[in-house]
Ligand binder design. Structure first.
Ligand code: ADP
Ligand code: MG
Length: 452
């Protein structure tokens, strides 16, 4: 709920109570029953007040509620609030309560998904424009957004909810996945209680904006589909807004009745296409920026990432997070992540090196174990990277491969990105000297070797 509007309501309510004081002779009575009233929640145009006990509730309800309503509404032109009074005991628990004790009029909306952090390009322009029009007079109801996974359907639904709530804080908004909706209906059906279904229906028909995600999952759920579409029809007829998403084009929603499919087309239909490589690069850069990090990806590193992405923004976000995590946990000195580093992060270890080195085991296992023990990336150990954190574990891996596994210096050099054998000898000597003095290091080496 918008803070300014909440403030306005609170101030107006206080003024209203002051006005009421003027018409009550008995100050004790006023202090007992009227001054103790607080706003519990605001729901669309309904304001629910809490009285301190049931007796107070009755007094207010029978004698003062309509007066409060009248004075209050006089002070907020263009709005018409209806007042209710109840007691704390009668309020169901687990409501979403904001810091100032006022229930927010949105349900299931994630505040972090907004239009501000939604990147727009040709691939999703129509869907974004149609979504943003939710607060204008041009909104075409219902809106149907269709896109394959990871392209921002869920993000958009929440963004619509947040935007609508910002503009119309007193309207009721609900986000629900079709899956959760099904569960709710199943529960009511399972209870074999006709009233339960009716209650669910009534509940959903109250929402000024209903955001329903992933309706393709209703494929084999005829009964649930029917109930949902009844709600939908009623809401649309009553001028309430509905936004649907699906990963399948409405015409291809197999198992959905033709009648229902054609209803999807009664409003506006917007598809999000897969972003192309250039767009993916923009999104990657934007996502990096949002992480508030100094880290930048070199152009070839960016190309490497987008070439391995088939247009899935969720996956791209995962890749960026992985890079960010790697850079933070390895405290990289150079903020530029180059191709070699991203390769090390994403390419699986090559396990076909057994034959190549004439061994009877895979030397990568040693490297993986050392990496695991030191919390570094195994591919980075093999790489040419000179990050300080890698030096010691890399030397240990070389030591184990030579002294415990009898691998030749030349082969170890090859395995570690073509290092010269003299480098390997130096690394191993370094570990040998330290092992004689350092019992901790000795036990670490033993422990790793034991695991192999
Ligand atoms: P879907 O519901 O279509 O499977 P989501 O809405 O869950 O996709 O999006 C997956 C992830 O990608 C989310 O973290 C979302 O914030 C992000 N995302 C998707 N599209 C965009 C976009 N255009 N701009 C910014 N982030 C996006
Ligand atoms: Mg989704």
């Amino acid at each position: 709920m918008n803070k300014i509007d909440l403030k306005l309501i609170e101030v107006t309510f206080k003024n209203t109570i002051n006005e009421i004081e003027k018409i009550i002779d008995n100050i004790d009575f006023f202090n007992q029953y009227i001054a103790t009233l607080i706003i519990h929640s605001i729901d669309s145009n309904k304001i629910i007040l809490l009285a301190k006990n049931e007796f107070a509730q009755q007094i207010v309800k029978n004698n003062y509620l309509s007066k409060i309503e009248e004075i209050f509404n006089k002070n907020v032109p263009l709005m018409n609030f209806e007042f209710f009074v109840t007691t704390k005991e009668k309020i169901p628990q687990k409501k979403e309560v904001s810091s100032n004790n006022i229930v927010v009029a949105t349900e299931g909306i994630n505040k972090n998904y907004t239009f501000t952090n939604f990147i727009v390009g040709d691939f999703n322009k129509k869907a974004v424009l149609s979504s943003k029009s939710i607060t204008s007079n041009n909104f075409i109801n219902p809106l149907f957004i269709c896109a394959s996974v990871g392209l921002g359907k869920t993000h958009l639904l929440h963004a619509i909810g947040n935007e609508y709530n910002k503009k119309f804080p007193f309207k009721k908004v609900k986000y629900i996945s079709a899956d959760d909706f099904s569960r709710e209906i199943y529960k009511a059906l399972y209870d074999q209680n006709k009233m339960a279904i009716e209650l669910v229906k009534t509940k959903y028909e109250k929402y000024d904006l209903l955001l329903i995600d992933d309706i393709q999952i209703l494929l084999n759920k005829n009964k649930i589909r029917e109930i949902l579409f009844n709600i939908f029809n009623n809401n649309v007829v009553n001028g309430k807004y509905v936004v649907w998403t699906s990963d399948t084009d409405p015409d291809n929603l197999e198992g959905f009745e033709q009648r229902i499919k054609s209803r999807f087309h009664s409003g506006i239909f917007a598809t999000i296409k897969k972003p192309d490589k250039a767009m993916l690069k923009n999104i990657a850069k934007e996502k990096m920026k949002n992480l508030n990090t100094d880290i930048v990806l070199s152009e070839d590193a960016l190309n490497y990432i987008v070439n391995r992405n088939n247009g899935d923004i969720r996956r791209l976000e995962g890749q960026i997070n992985q890079i960010f995590f790697f850079a933070s946990s390895n405290s990289l000195k150079n903020p530029i992540i180059d191709l070699q580093t991203v390769k090390a992060i994403f390419e699986p270890l090559n396990k076909n090196e057994i034959k190549k080195y004439g061994l009877d085991f895979d030397p990568n296992i040693v490297i993986e174990q050392v990496a695991l023990n030191y919390g570094v990336n195994a591919n980075m150990l093999k790489s040419k990277s000179r990050i300080g954190k890698l030096v010691n574990p890399r030397n240990i891996a070389m030591y184990i491969l030579r002294k415990k596994c009898n691998m030749t210096y030349a082969h170890i050099g090859q395995l570690f990105s073509g290092r010269h054998h003299s480098t390997i000898i130096m690394a191993i000597n370094n570990i040998e000297t330290r092992l004689n003095k350092n019992t901790d290091l000795k036990s670490i080496v033993e422990k790793i070797y034991y695991k192999i």
